[in-house]
Ligand binder design. Sequence first.
Ligand SMILES: [Zn+2]
Length: 156
Amino acid sequence: MARPLPPHDRRILCTSCGGLLVVAYEAKSVNCSHCHQRVICEALVIRDYVAVRRLRTANTVHITKKGNVLASIWCESLTVDGRLKGEAIALERMTLTRKAEVQGDLRAMCLTVEEGAILSGTMRIGPEHIPQHDAGPQPAAALPDDAEGASPRSAS
Ligand SMILES: [Zn+2]
């Protein structure tokens, strides 16, 4: 059986402005064509203590068993095997395994919580609660978006 080759590009949302971008699968970062901010596109694996204000990638985030994250996370999909304190948005799926300890508000397209996971915070799950890949540029949740007018490119 002939298999189609995997697509070379993928669609992501800018982690600053929420605008739709098409990037190569292997890209580690790109500059957003909407807001010109750098967008991290690589998968992150967190194995120890990380405290930052924002942890954003247009890819997967995995907090391992020894991971302990104090941050506001934005990602495509999130797996928590360790600890997370802070809000998290996953545009696709979020998985809290039985070792997870999460304190914060979660938003995701879909959520899996294994038996044993500890969770305190609100959950908003479903397509109406997250920015969509196919909805075009839009302000991402709680992000300042000072783009003006409908012109897709600046006049420089
Ligand atoms: Zn942007």
